[in-house]
Design a binder for this molecule. Structure first.
Ligand SMILES: C[S@@+](CC[C@H](N)C(=O)[O-])C[C@H]1O[C@@H](n2cnc3c(N)ncnc32)[C@H](O)[C@@H]1O
Length: 256
């Protein structure tokens, strides 16, 4: 049996009671922290509250050779797989689930609070107005990906907001909102299509923590705003509904 459990957004206490019960009765607990992280917790704190040692897997273990560890164990043991946020939001874990099913392993999902819904909660932007999301990745060999820019262009043309996840990289760390904006503006400068001319951005840092930071402003001023520590995420909104505008003024200090 393999149960995917979302741990929520900030620390060890964000897990659901169902999730906690499932970990306590499991034979083996695995986790991955390369797609997201609970910045308010350490592995020791998680293990202490969940009452179980946790084996942390890296991307290769999960995506290349899961049959060497997690899937092998799940054939005849009760295994839980822990991830930040919701295990099935903005991750590749559906692939792991399908692989397990093909091996005849029973699977289940216990959901956790996700950044995808928390962004709406802290900003007041309406969930149904979001289009396709994208990830702003650290440049690879100095090449800046244009995919996030194209995603914003397409969403804006359809009157939809764009949620931009910010890269987490072993060597380069957690991308900040400031760096994400800088990379978007580099593409704007190169393409000169005006997609981001006078564009608004909404930055959210540490959603789910006791001190989240939410700020909305034009990108040229937002790019130097101090959001504090990770994790960060950025929204490029389409034209705002009047209620969204009011919410951003009240909750994110928007001054148009
Ligand atoms: C690839 S997504 C995975 C989302 C996760 N599965 C979930 O449901 O929340 C991870 C990215 O979401 C953003 N993120 C996740 N948790 C966050 C938080 N608590 N506050 C701000 N941004 C967060 C960061 O940009 C991070 O790099």
């Amino acid at each position: 049996m393999l149960t995917f459990i979302g741990l929520g957004l900030w620390d060890e206490k964000d897990i659901s009671l169902k999730g906690l019960e499932a970990i306590k009765k499991a034979d083996v607990a695995y986790a991955e922290f390369y797609t997201s992280r609970l910045m308010g917790a350490t592995l020791e704190k998680l293990e202490a509250l969940y009452g179980k040692p946790i084996k942390v897997l890296d991307r290769e273990d999960v995506e290349q050779h899961p049959e060497d560890s997690i899937l092998k164990d799940a054939v005849d043991k009760d295994v839980v797989f822990l991830t930040g946020g919701d295990a099935m939001v903005a991750t590749t874990h559906v692939d792991l689930r399908l692989r397990a099913q093909k091996m005849g392993i029973q699977t289940a999902v216990i959901h956790g609070a996700s950044i995808a819904s928390a962004v709406c909660g802290v900003t007041g932007l309406q969930n149904y107005r979001f289009g396709k999301s994208a990830t702003i990745a650290f440049p690879y060999r100095s090449i800046v990906s244009e995919t996030p820019y194209d995603t914003i262009k397409m969403n804006k043309a359809n009157g939809l907001h764009t949620l931009l996840f910010l890269d987490i990289d072993k060597a380069q760390g957690y991308m900040t909102i400031n760096k994400g904006i800088e990379l978007l503006l580099l593409v704007e400068e190169r393409r000169k299509e005006g997609v981001l001319r006078d564009a608004l951005g909404v930055g959210v840092a540490r959603a789910g923590s006791p001190e989240p930071c939410v700020k909305a402003a034009r990108l040229d001023s937002l790019k130097s705003y101090d959001f504090g520590g990770p994790l960060h995420i950025l929204v490029i909104p389409a034209e705002l509904h009047f209620l969204e505008e009011e919410a951003l003024e009240a909750l994110a200090g928007l001054r148009l």
